[in-house]
Design a protein around this ligand. Structure first.
Ligand code: ADP
Ligand code: MG
Ligand code: MG
Length: 896
């Protein structure tokens, strides 16, 4: 195996092997752009080093061979006393990662070669400046010396000369500083600064390898779900110098604005500077446009190169460059990060420029970005006071009074206050407080912390790990930069950016939602560019997707919104919500009925109410399929709380005041009490045990459909049976339903076509899907319950109690309730699809669990061949987009 590659040997697609920086340096080299020559040590070498604790045996010789070739090309040797070749040693993993080792510049300088460099450049000051930078960077990043010590020494030198910027120090002062720096190294690292150039280089290479495993790098990888075994590459690059005087300098630039996507000149430039100076803020930079005035030739060349890069990468690129005495050098490029809004705009701009096609445009955006654009946001024009910033753990914009414990959160929210729950970190005891709060803010923990996981599960805004905030729960206050926020003070948190503000920041609706709601038209003159871009991308997605998208909606209002958002039907209408509120008492009567007559009466009262629900729903979704699920949850949910009722009965008893009804109710509640309701009397079991319940619902559906037909409507009802485990259950319900439907057809004289199908949400249902398909015209995978039953997880219990530990231990990278577990739950889905279709080739297949709106899961459902996904109305645009992306990509959704 070969471990070292010259810049001429690689290309941009070799990021796994050469890291992002190395692959792109090679790409630019091969494009003929001015890149200082060099070579890349592969991630494979790093892996061997990390596994065995030593570099691979062949590495030293390979590096020597490449170094010799480089020296030949440059006409000087590394650290050569009279004319030294200098190099930088730069880390570069596949994904850019905070916590990796900083680059060391000017390797090859020593007490001897600094003189040679001075003579060659004709500039003493430059040579000593480069040397002091080397000792400083090397001391800090390779030898682990506290960087502050160097900074302090530099400050002292400036103070002594009464100057403020480093460029005002002359050669003699810099020479003194070098002596001082060397003393610091000796004292702190317990060794002399190495004078042998090759030793400098080797130590720097090993330091880059080691930096793969710093705590910060590990934490970042866990949060971003970057595998720990990728390793980093190391780039050795011959130096070019931006610190050779005013005709030299260094800069950064974007080929277009990463915030808006607009084309133009975006970047910063700093004269007489090296490396990070431009972003470190040591002196004031000038806008890139000023370079035209400073050095027109280099500026024109740079503009040319930026266009070449953008055309070549067909995307926004960011770059680093240096000008050495009027000669431009390219030091880095990559496809640049951008905001969610810019991603949509840039994708459509590139289509208009003819650089990419619609399918490619779909790969340049994703559902998470679209979701981000749909959250209400804080008004950008508002005057705000930012308190700090944490990790954007769960998106949204939340405003409320600061509370520091769950008890207060619950108490205040009950009295109508909006609260933000602020904790150092949350634990399962905080669950009720989290539910009561508008948003959650913690000062510790990352994207997989308890607060983050639970908040995402609840769809609640959360900022976590805001480390600047000192949370004092005992004194109910938080301190940040000397500012104190007391309990009751209003704070605003932005779960999309992680920013924390003092006071109430006004919230504005997202223009993208206004567009989906139909309150803003993409064609209108005042429609902003973002809305136009989203409109076009959605059209691309709709044109490409095979999956249909339906909504989970229980009433006409939700259904109408879903329709505006592009729903092509309802995949799940839960009827249990229709039984709550005022009607709960009727259900109580039904449960408590002692005689046939009592039961009949209760059902008779419920029927017209149910029918009216469906008439409204079918009207709202006229012409589109509506899947109605018959009653699913355990009956005791309709009964009073057992403890409350017991107390009431006991109190009445003590007053000798018998309430016959309460007593009967209490008996029923006891009778129906279950240890584990999730696995108890619910779903089809309920329909089979309570006579008349399901048939009443079927009758309501059939009569509603008939009424709509008589009104010249086009109702397309589908009846869905929940929690089926065996075909026998389905057959009984089906027979009864068919009788009822036939009866309604007879009495109304309207011909009805009502499809009857089943949910697949128990492992046994999935395993016997072939049999179920005999009695079902459609399957809808209920992946929430299927995940619960396949894993044996009770969602409400496990998410709050131990998911954090599981995520931290890497047992799974993401909660199986968020993204479908492809290997387990997904395998059942896949097999059930095949078995179902084998029995009934025209079987209709969909999914109605929350996974139906999760980007990665949508790709999976596309791949296993479902006909549709169904999700909450608000997630429909995301599902449409991801379904389009899935259909137009063969490689999946990995576009970081
Ligand atoms: P990062 O990953 O932090 O961007 P880089 O490896 O790009 O680190 O290097 C840090 C700084 O040093 C950048 O400004 C880069 O342009 C500059 N730099 C790196 N190598 C050289 C070189 N050979 N000559 C001049 N400047 C360099
Ligand atoms: Mg860089
Ligand atoms: Mg279910």
């Amino acid at each position: 195996m070969k471990f070292v590659f010259d810049f001429t040997e690689g290309n941009k697609d070799l990021k796994d092997l050469l890291g992002g920086k190395g692959a792109n340096l090679a790409e630019m080299t091969n494009l003929g752009l001015p890149v200082p020559p060099g070579f890349t040590i592969s991630t494979e070498a790093c892996k061997v080093y990390l596994d065995s604790g030593d570099e691979p045996a062949a590495l030293r010789d390979e590096v020597s061979a490449h170094l010799t070739a480089l020296e030949k090309k440059m006409g000087k040797k590394l650290g050569q006393a009279d004319d030294p070749l200098l190099v930088s040693v730069r880390s570069g993993a596949k994904f850019s990662m905070p916590g990796m080792m900083d680059t060391v510049l000017n390797i090859g300088l020593s007490d001897k070669s600094v003189q040679g460099l001075a003579k060659q450049a004709g500039d003493d000051r430059f040579a000593w400046d480069s040397y002091r930078r080397l000792i400083q960077m090397f001391g800090k990043t390779v030898l682990g010396v506290d960087g502050e010590l160097f900074e302090e020494a530099l400050e002292k030198a400036k103070d002594a000369k009464k100057v403020t910027v480093d460029t005002d120090l002359d050669a003699a002062e810099l020479k003194k500083l070098v002596t001082r720096f060397k003393k610091i190294v000796k004292a702190e690292a317990g060794r002399d600064f190495p004078q042998d150039p090759r030793e400098q280089m080797d130590l720097a290479i090993h330091a880059v390898f080691d930096s793969w495993n710093t705590e910060r790098a590990k934490l970042y990888r866990r949060q971003e779900r970057i595998p720990h075994d990728l390793g980093t590459a190391v780039n050795v690059c011959s130096m070019v110098f931006g610190n050779l005087g005013p005709d030299s300098g260094t800069g950064v630039a974007f080929t277009r604005d990463p915030a808006s996507g607009h084309q133009g000149v975006y970047g910063d430039y700093l004269q007489n500077a090296q490396g990070e100076d431009v972003v470190a803020g040591i002196r004031n930079t000038v806008p890139l446009a000023d370079l035209e005035r400073i050095d027109k030739k280099s500026y024109d060349q740079l503009m040319q190169i930026m266009e070449t890069l953008e055309t070549h990468y067909k995307d926004l690129c960011d770059i680093e460059f240096t000008i050495e005495r009027g000669q431009l050098w390219m030091l880095q490029t990559r496809v640049g990060k951008r905001t969610a809004g810019a991603a949509f705009r840039i994708a459509t701009q590139l289509v208009d420029q003819g650089l990419i096609d619609e399918a490619e445009a779909l790969q340049r955006v994703n559902g998470a970005q679209l979701a981000q654009l749909m959250f209400p946001r804080f008004d950008e024009d508002a005057k705000v006071k930012q308190l700090g910033r944490g990790i954007a753990a769960s998106p949204g914009a939340a405003v409320g009074k600061a509370v520091f414990d769950s008890y207060t959160a619950i108490k205040w929210s009950r009295s109508g206050e909006k609260v933000i729950l602020i904790r150092r970190e949350t634990n399962p005891d905080d669950l009720d407080g989290m539910i009561a709060a508008e948003g959650i803010l913690t000062s510790r923990g990352g994207k997989t912390s308890h607060a983050a996981v639970v908040a995402r599960g609840m769809g609640k805004t959360c900022v976590c790990g805001a480390e600047d905030l000192e949370v004092d729960t005992k004194r109910r206050r938080l301190t940040v930069n000397g500012h104190v926020v007391e309990e009751g003070d209003v704070v605003s948190i932005d779960g999309s950016t992680g920013k924390v503000y003092l006071g109430e920041v006004p919230v504005v609706p997202s223009p993208v939602v206004e567009y989906f709601e139909g309150r803003m038209h993409a064609g209108a003159d005042d429609a902003d560019e973002l809305v136009q871009a989203v409109h076009r991308i959605m059209a691309f997605a709709d044109g490409k997707r095979r999956l249909r998208v339906r909504a989970n909606a229980d009433n006409a209002e939700d259904a109408l919104r879903a329709r505006r958002f592009g729903a092509q039907g309802i995949g799940l209408c839960r009827t249990e919500h229709m039984f709550l509120g005022e009607r709960r008492e009727l259900v109580e009567h039904l449960i408590l009925a002692d005689t046939e007559e009592e039961r009949e009466n209760a059902l008779k009262e419920l029927l017209p109410l149910q029918k009216r629900d469906f008439v409204e729903l079918f009207e709202a979704m006229d012409g589109l399929p509506v899947t109605v699920r018959l009653l699913d949850p355990p009956l005791h949910e309709f009964l009073p709380d057992i403890t409350e009722l017991s107390v009431r009965v006991a109190l009445a008893e003590s007053r000798k005041d018998h309430n016959e009804n309460d007593l009967r109710l209490l008996q029923a509640v006891h009778r129906l009490h279950e240890q584990n309701p999730m696995l108890g009397l619910r779903g089809v079991r309920l329909g089979l045990v309570i006579p008349g319940l399901f048939t009443m619902q079927v009758r309501a559906i059939a009569e509603a459909a008939a009424e709509r037909k008589e009104a010249k409507g086009d109702p397309r009802a589908e009846i869905m049976i929940p929690l089926v485990g065996t075909v026998q259950e389905l057959e009984i319900v089906r027979e009864e339903a068919e009788q009822v439907i036939a009866e309604v057809e007879r009495t109304t004289g309207v011909h009805l076509k009502l499809a009857l199908g089943t949910m697949i949400e128990l492992p046994r249902a999935a395993l016997t899907a072939g049999q179920l398909a005999e009695a079902a015209e459609f399957f809808s995978f209920g992946t929430n319950d299927l995940t619960q039953t396949v894993w044996g997880f009770s969602r409400d219990d496990v998410e709050a109690s131990f998911f954090t530990a599981y995520l931290e231990k890497g047992i799974f990278g993401v909660s199986p309730f968020e993204t479908i577990d492809k290997d387990g739950v997904g395998k059942l889905v896949r097999d059930a699809v095949a078995a179902g279709r084998a029995t009934r080739p025209d079987l209709k297949l969909g999914v109605c669990g929350e996974h139906g709106g999760d980007p990665e899961s949508v790709h999976f459902f596309h791949e296993v061949g479902l006909d549709y996904v169904s999700c909450s109305p608000f997630r429909i645009p995301v599902a449409r987009l991801e379904a389009g992306r899935a259909a137009s990509s063969s490689t999946g959704s990995d576009h970081r």
